[in-house]
Design a protein around this ligand. Structure first.
Ligand code: NZQ
Ligand code: ZN
Length: 401
């Protein structure tokens, strides 16, 4: 366990410089939908309402949103039917509406897919070329309509970050884009809206929150001590509350903690001052791009294999901290034994919430491994916790078969 204590000294990487910028106003808690009517004009008088495949109609949230928008007296156009793993075609449809109706602001009501779609619509409405260009190159987003959200699923953190992930299934491509300009102006987070989320989506959402936290936590700047402790708190929150929310869908405490964890895992708070190039996300995005699987399930599947692959002498200290601080593993053991147990516990946790552990369970074989590995490796993996190239990624996919 001494290794963990000496990690910072050995690597000598202190907290890096950063600019703090989290502009999204959050209205969190029961009944907070009532602020929508007061706040919506902050994004405009002429609104595009974007939502998914119908869950908000079933839950009654749609009616509440419409009441609030009517109370504010704003004009409303609608884009329903945004898909999980949102498609560029939906983005283009939304942009057409924005142009035809002179839309001033975009309100997303739903999960990450809906919010992501809304962000790229907002940027695309201010861009002369095709929106796919914005997906391929975030630097082209220099202007966007203001976006706001009402969140219904604790997972991506899209409610409080600038990112958006859009797919073109005809090309088997799924890429992340976005920047500070696409951060929501405000987001309403009422945990009660997540009572209707299925067990499976609750587990996938939790896996996504944990993965965002891992991507930040396993970095090469151990001097960012405070951020690491906050990350461990988010991981412990997920481990404690996901099983509760799955057993008791209307347990407010569990849903509230998961919902806030969703935002904090990716809004910058735990990544400021670090040097975190993400690894498992680029690998998972290729699975979604080729097989349209649920993002969180792919992350839960790949993460323990990635951990096994990158565990080595120089990464050992962070794994030891993870094992001791998150899983409560006895620190009086050999470091490598602690690290291995931590990885096993990670796998066991994902198994316990019903996540897949082999690609074959999702009917995925090695047909596209070469091209998937090449594309994933192009996504910055060379700068991660452990630099990986396409051969490494292929080996991780093979381990996961
Ligand atoms: O479409 P509806 O009918 O709303 O149903 C959705 C969908 O079928 C349903 N759902 C959402 N809220 C519900 C509900 N069902 C019942 N009750 C509710 N309250 O859940 C299903 C999944 O929804 P989706 O929005 O796709 O899930 P999630 O929030 O996990 O978003 C996943 C997408 O976000 C991207 C992923 O790649 C994926 O495309 N990501 C976005 C990120 C970001 N913006 O920062 C980062 C992430 O790493 C991630 O890549
Ligand atoms: Zn994610």
């Amino acid at each position: 366990m001494n290794t963990a204590i000496h990690f910072a000294e050995r690597i000598k990487e202190s907290m890096k410089n950063f600019n703090y910028h989290i502009p999204t106003d959050i209205y969190f808690g029961k009944g907070k939908i009532r602020v929508l009517g007061d706040k919506i004009t902050a994004i405009g008088q002429n609104i595009l309402l974007v939502y998914g495949g119908g869950s908000i109609k079933k839950s009654g949230l749609y009616d509440q949103v419409i009441d609030e928008l009517n109370r504010a007296g704003v004009t409303v156009s609608e884009l329903p039917g945004v898909e999980p793993n949102p498609r560029i075609q939906s983005v283009r449809k939304g942009i057409e509406i924005c142009r035809a109706k002179g839309i001033e602001g975009v309100l997303a009501v739903g999960g990450g897919s809906t919010i992501d779609c809304a962000k790229v619509i907002a940027a695309g409405a201010c861009y002369e070329g095709d929106a796919w260009e914005l997906v391929l190159d975030a630097r082209k987003i220099t202007k966007a309509l203001p976006v706001a959200s009402v969140l219904t699923l604790a997972a991506t953190g899209s409610e409080m970050d600038g990112f958006a992930v859009i797919s073109d299934m005809e090309k088997n491509e799924k890429w992340g884009t976005g920047n500070d300009i696409t951060k929501p102006v405000f987001s309403i987070l009422d945990p009660e809206y997540t009572f209707s989320v299925s067990k499976y989506q609750t587990a996938c959402g939790t896996s996504d929150i944990m993965s965002h936290t891992f991507e930040n936590y396993f970095n090469r700047v151990p001097g960012a001590y405070l951020q690491a402790r906050m990350a461990e708190g988010i991981l412990k929150t997920c481990i404690k509350y996901a099983p509760v929310a799955m057993e008791e869908p209307d347990n407010y405490e569990a849903r509230a903690n998961l919902m806030w964890a969703s935002s904090l895992a990716i809004n910058g708070l735990i990544s400021y001052g670090e040097d975190a190039a993400w690894a498992v996300h680029p690998m998972e995005h290729e699975l979604s791009a080729f097989y349209d699987i649920t993002h969180g399930a792919g992350l839960a599947l790949l993460t323990p294999y990635w951990m096994q692959y990158v565990l080595r002498e120089e990464t050992l200290p962070r794994f030891v901290e993870y094992g001791v601080n998150v899983w409560g593993i006895d620190p009086e053991q050999e470091d490598m034994a602690i690290a291995r147990q931590a990885i096993t516990k990670t796998r066991e946790f994902f198994d316990s919430i019903g996540m897949p552990s082999h690609l074959s369970e999702l009917d995925i074989d090695d047909t596209h491994f070469d091209v998937m590995a090449m594309k994933a490796a192009a996504g910055g993996l060379a700068y991660g916790f452990v630099p990986l190239d396409k051969q490494d990624v292929r080996r991780i996919y093979e381990m996961a078969l």
